[in-house]
Structure formats: C-alpha cells, structure tokens
Design a protein around this ligand. Sequence first.
Ligand SMILES: [Zn+2]
Length: 310
Amino acid sequence: MGKACGKTKFSQSAFNHLRDLGIDIDAERQPLVFDGGFVGRDNGQKGKVKDASQSYAGHRSEAGPRKGQRARTRPGPARQAESLRSVAHETAFGDQFRILAHHYEALAFEDPNGLWVAVKTRPLGRGGPQVHLLVALPFEETISPRTWAFEAIGNQAELFPLKHTNFPDASVCAFTKESGAWEPKDGLTALLDHYSLWIIKSWHRTHLDLWPGPQVGACAYYRRQEFKPDEWCGCESGKRYFACHQYKDIQVADQIGRRQFRELFSSNYEDRAAPQSVMLAARSRWKILPDMAAVFILRHAWGESRMPLS
Ligand SMILES: [Zn+2]
C-alpha cells in the first residue's frame, strides 16, 4: 500500500527512509548517493554534509557502458557513450557528460552558450517518485551552473517548492558558493548528487515539516518567511532558529525587512519564479528548450554578483 503524502506518493518504507535520512542530515551525519540518485544512510561515518562529494566514489558501480546502449548517430539529444556533436561542446562537456550518463539517466542538448542537461533522479529509490532536473551549464566557467527541479514534467509540469531556491529565478540552491561544497573540478556527477540530497531535504520539509541540516539565511525577512523554529538558524551559531535569531527577526518592521531583502537580492521576496521558458521546457518534456543566454541574463539583470545564495 502506498502512503499518500500530498501529491507525492511514497511507499511506507520510502517514507520511513526519508524520516531516517532527515535525522541523519540534521545531525550532520552524511548520507551517500548511489547510482540513479538513491540517497542511502551511512551509519558508520560522521562528517559534514558539505563533504558529500568525497565519500561516495567508492560506493558506485564501476563506470562503464550499460548493456543495450549504443551510440546514436542520428540528430537528437546526446545520451550515454555518445560524443557531443559540436567540437566546442565535446571539448568542454563531453567527458563530464559521459561520466554523468553512467550514473544517472541523462540527455544533453547543445545551446550556443553551453549545454542543457536533463537528468532523472530517484532519491528514495523505487519506493519514491522520479524527479526531473534541468541543468544549464554555461561555457563560461565563471558562471555557476543553474538547475530547476520538477516533481513532474509534461502537461502537469510542477516545479519543486521554493524553499532554498535562488532569487529571482527559483533555481535550486543546494549549497552556497562560499561553502566550497562543490566546485567545477568536482564534476557534473557530484553536482547531481548534491541536487539529489537537496530533493531529500525539500521532501522532508514538505512532508515532515523541517528542513534538515545546516542552512543559510542571509537576512531577517528571508529567515522569517522560510525558517521553521526547529530548523538550524543559519548564522553558524549552532543553534535552532527559535533559540537564536527568531526573536530578533520578528522585531524587524516589515518595511525595513523588505528593504534589506531587496538590497541583498535585488528582488522582492514574492518575485521568485522559474522563467516561463524553463516551465515551457518542462511542459514540452525538453522538446522546446530555453535560450540559455536569455535565462542567464535574467539573473544578471537582478545583480547576481551580489547574491549570497548563489
Ligand atoms: Zn542565529
């Protein structure tokens, strides 16, 4: 019997696993990410979640082409073991994409300014739903990748809840740049593993009312809107929100809080939404992809360089 949790259906064992992962992550016991995006518990090891990319390499199956998959030569998105069509894309992304495609189901689409990658992940395994990610990888290495997470694609396309997504484009915020949790040299697979962990945290918040583990909250208005009292405060005090900044945050007048927010994020809290072109891509099941430059210009116009939550 499946247990219905809102729109997302988990099996009872998947739900229990989500709860156990939440306890681990909240205590900074780092989970492991396996092929296909399954997030598993690691009972033996205590470490910071931000080091996730270091520990799971040994738990993966040996990289190599899966049975029944051959390179395709006709036009269409690139899949496993296939070269990207343009020399520029192949040089910049070919190796990383092929490694990714050994660990996740992934498609690559070439854009004049980079590579779109559509990835499926199943963080709770077969007892939980499949999640669709659209990843934008610009050629320009100084610009961070940007990713949108969908509970469903097609006619019923639905973006994940907005908690811990970026302003104003609602892309996934799985870690801060400053934390060093992920850098381009860690590779695309490690990046997707971080997103699989983010999905676990987002589901935990939706279904168990708590964002587990460390989080960042740059200003009073943001914390007030997004933080539950029992979540970690986000100021590195090592305290829960109710025992730390919540009281001070409540005292900040709305108008002042909103102004501080605008100064930090160059947008209003309410303005956050995925670009229409990204929603269209999900509805079309990646048949109509956004113009990458247009999607990235959106955030530059809002002052990305000053954003602490990139
Ligand atoms: Zn605090």
